[in-house]
Design a protein around this ligand. Structure first.
Ligand SMILES: NC(=O)c1ccc[n+]([C@@H]2O[C@H](COP(=O)([O-])OP(=O)(O)OC[C@H]3O[C@@H](n4cnc5c(N)ncnc54)[C@H](O)[C@@H]3O)[C@@H](O)[C@H]2O)c1
Length: 250
């Protein structure tokens, strides 16, 4: 097992990529502290691996809740070796229809959540002289997309933030990197769309516009997160692992 005796805090762990990452890291031997606002979803994540996965309700955009969650994780796990910042939302609107509240909510959760967790966890990792932080950005940090100007801004910010934090932390043996998925088969991608014809049209668009012709699976992204979390990526610092089926290669 690649993460024997390691511990990991995973945000956004109730669903999609966060759930897949929590389960994949647990499968490799890590003890997981799974964080989300969705307690029912968290229980579903922990269900197959109850001994390995602790759960906590925490809004990643709430400074005090993040402080409390990190303090509790340290108490329960003794140390934090891996931090995966995955919690995120996407509001899809033309710029002219995007409210200030839409913009700030996306910024607070997608970017602010990673800022708060990094700020609270890094001192512990730096004191122990080891650790790996993985921030979830997106292929859309590198290319534009209509109706997603604010969302893409949060992801571009995540890549820039990650580079700078990586340079602050590496001398203490702590690596900070991004994983940048393409369109992945999770609730964020489907945006609550229930109509089968519209879902089929979305898939047809993916088939036409993505070089690999399909959605990425959350398990594929979890494998990238595992690589960044493990010592196999020991030379990788401040980097972005793009997992997009070739979309940004075009
Ligand atoms: N699915 C995609 O196509 C795709 C592509 C690129 C990047 N991403 C990124 O991957 C990450 C995970 O998204 P996903 O695709 O698994 O979607 P998802 O909706 O399945 O998961 C997002 C999780 O974040 C949680 N969350 C939302 N707001 C929160 C808050 N304030 N505090 C704590 N938890 C909160 C949700 O409850 C949910 O469990 C996001 O950052 C997303 O932007 C997704």
């Amino acid at each position: 097992m690649r993460l024997q005796n390691k511990t990991a805090v995973v945000t956004g762990a109730a669903s999609g990529i966060g759930r897949a990452a929590a389960l994949r890291l647990a499968q490799e031997g890590a003890r997981i502290y799974a964080v989300d606002i969705d307690e029912t979803g968290l229980a579903g994540t922990a269900q197959p691996a109850r001994d390995a996965i602790l759960t906590r309700r925490c809004d990643v955009a709430d400074e005090q809740q993040v402080r409390n969650a990190v303090a509790d994780a340290m108490e329960q796990l003794g140390r934090i070796d891996i931090l995966v910042n995955i919690a995120g939302i996407q509001i899809t609107k033309l710029l002219r229809d995007t409210t200030w509240a839409d913009f700030t909510r996306m910024m607070e959760i997608n970017m602010g959540g990673a800022f708060l967790f990094c700020r609270e966890v890094l001192p512990h990792m730096q004191a122990q002289k080891s650790g790996s932080v993985i921030n979830l950005a997106s292929e859309l940090a590198f290319v534009g997309y209509p109706k997603l100007a604010s969302y893409t801004a949060t992801k571009g910010a995540m890549v820039a933030f990650t580079r700078s934090v990586a340079l602050e932390a590496i001398r203490d043996g702590v690596r900070v990197n991004c994983v940048c998925p393409g369109a992945t088969d999770t609730p964020i991608f489907w945006e609550g769309e229930a109509d089968l014809a519209r879902r089929k049209a979305m898939l047809d668009q993916v088939a036409a516009e993505k070089p690999n012709g399909r959605l990425i699976t959350p398990e594929e992204v979890a494998n990238g997160i595992l690589f960044m979390a493990s010592d196999e990526s020991s030379a990788v610092v401040g980097a972005s692992l793009i997992m997009d089926g070739g979309f940004t290669a075009m």
